[in-house]
Design a protein around this ligand. Structure first.
Ligand code: UDX
Length: 476
């Protein structure tokens, strides 16, 4: 076989923890099947990956695997954490097209045995400029949407929602109004459940809303889209999306798919963390009774105020539940760390880490609930582990995800737009005590469906095989 005809796949994620996590796992699944892969990342995220993980050594074993970087167009000292991820996205969308095209056209992203990129898998948030380049260079492109299908469908529906006059939202008193023009969601999607970027008065020009919606509308231009979800969870919504994008590979939950296809033991030692993991919490969990601990984590981007921190803290303490809390160094705006006197009060029932090995935590038998920001990766990890959720969405897709968790999938409760110690206490009590069995039962059933989809004959298993075949045979 002519070595020069070996396919090379470019994988280009949105530079944030959740998307990097899932797309690096997909990249590894492709390399396992013998495909040559280039993982294109921004320098700052690549640097953090090298700092906190063993990815370099791990991927050096795969022939043809390359890490490459592309500038996000922002100054080196630009803060790239928290909300500023939107600035990074806007900057890449505005500034990176010509360099991206040059990298592809000059074979800078290939190796001697597979010099040219023959297929691109790009985060759909970069769908516009990346698809322009793909069309110009005649390279097939797949958009990977690392968000839930329900959020993608809401995004696709937003132009109609605006057209119908259902947006903008007219103040706080309007937040519970039902949205009628997002097909399939008419009976439960309220204004407050729309992506956070819809909470603006100028829905025609707001830059974050524009990026979120306009990039999603590019998806029908791609040869196919990949979604990190499974048919039994989001089948009805996937059917709606298929009316616009017929070729969808639903291959999730990807983190578990990755674990199953690699030798399980080996995979659990791997981490794609951009933060330093504190594994000491695993020993603490070992000492707690079964399903007694609520795990509290707001992902990699959420920033809360000191007042919110205090409300969560007292809510948890007053609930009397045991809790494991991820307090990232940059979680609280300003100087707010958890005050020492509060820490002292709960030494026996609470444990704090800066960053946890989340998949292992959720899979631990001591964990019975998850207070989460409803990031899509966290949601899927909780579903696989069969852990019910209390949702406190922060931004973007999370407002949609939390509504589906509570109203559609019945996997927990939605606390959006409220941060009050009494509500926190009541919801923790409901989840961990009063309604424990009810939520546990639904969560276990959904976990079983997720696992079934990942085994031979399951929908995600078959779709991943099909994706690999289609890429390998140039059938896109
Ligand atoms: C971002 C957006 O915030 C989210 O809305 C979107 O759905 C995906 O992109 P992020 O905030 O990082 O993601 O949340 P999430 O998608 O939940 O991903 C967080 C990842 O970090 C998960 O894979 C989780 O396992 C991991 N994590 C989190 C840890 O490994 N340790 C922790 O302590 C916390």
């Amino acid at each position: 076989m002519d070595q020069y005809r070996l396919p090379r796949v470019l994988v280009f994620p949105l530079p944030a923890q959740g998307p990097v996590n899932s797309m690096l796992k997909l990249a590894e699944l492709l390399t396992l099947q013998g495909l040559h892969v280039t993982f294109l990342n921004t320098p700052s995220i690549h640097h953090r990956l090298l700092l906190h993980t063993d990815v370099q050594a791990r991927f050096s074993d795969y022939p043809g695997f390359l890490f490459k970087t592309i500038s996000d167009g922002l100054p080196q000292d630009h803060p790239r954490s928290g909300d500023s991820v939107m600035e990074v996205i806007r900057s890449i969308n505005t500034n990176s097209k010509s360099i991206f095209k040059h990298m592809l056209a000059s074979d800078e992203l290939g190796s001697e045995s597979s010099p040219s990129v023959t297929c691109m898998i790009v985060d759909g948030i970069f769908g516009g400029f990346a698809t322009d380049v793909a069309e110009e260079l005649q390279i097939p492109i797949i958009h990977f949407r690392t968000l839930s299908a329900c959020c993608i469908w809401v995004n696709m529906s937003i132009p109609n929602v605006i057209e119908a006059g259902e947006l903008p939202i007219r103040g706080n008193e309007d937040m519970d109004r039902l949205i009628k023009t997002a097909p399939g969601m008419e009976s439960f999607l309220r204004c407050r459940d729309l992506p956070s970027f819809c909470r603006v008065s100028d829905v025609q020009t707001d830059p974050n809303l524009q990026v979120f919606v306009q990039q999603t509308l590019q998806s029908p231009r791609a040869q196919a889209i990949i979604l990190n979800t499974f048919e039994d969870l989001e089948g009805p919504i996937l059917s709606h999306i298929r009316t616009l994008c017929p070729k969808i590979y639903s291959i999730g939950p990807l983190h578990e798919h990755h674990k199953l296809r690699l030798a399980k033991k080996e995979a659990s030692q791997f981490s794609n963390s951009l933060f330093e993991e504190d594994r000491s919490c695993m020993a603490w969990l070992d000492a707690q009774p079964s399903k007694s601990v609520i795990y509290v984590s707001f992902g990699s981007i959420t920033v809360i105020t000191r007042d919110q921190l205090i409300e969560f803290w007292y809510g948890l303490v007053n609930s009397k539940a045991r809790f494991l809390w991820v307090a990232r160094p940059d979680l609280v705006a300003g100087e707010g760390q958890i005050p020492a006197e509060l820490l002292e009060e709960t030494r026996e029932r609470g444990y704090i880490v800066g960053w946890a090995p989340q998949e292992d935590v959720l899979g631990h038998k001591a964990v019975g609930g998850f207070l989460t920001h409803s990031g899509w990766n966290s949601t899927l990890e909780s579903i696989v582990a069969g852990v019910p959720m209390i949702c406190w969405p922060y931004f973007a897709d999370q407002q949609v995800n939390s509504r589906f968790v509570s109203e559609v999938w019945k996997l927990g409760m939605d606390m959006k737009d409220v941060c009050d110690r009494k509500v926190v206490e009541r919801m923790v009590n409901d989840l961990m005590v009063e309604r424990k069995e009810e939520f546990q039962k639904v969560a276990e059933e959904m976990s079983t469906l997720a696992m079934t989809s990942l085994h031979e004959g399951g929908s995600s298993y078959s779709n991943l095989d099909l994706l690999i075949e289609d890429i390998s045979n140039g059938r896109l």
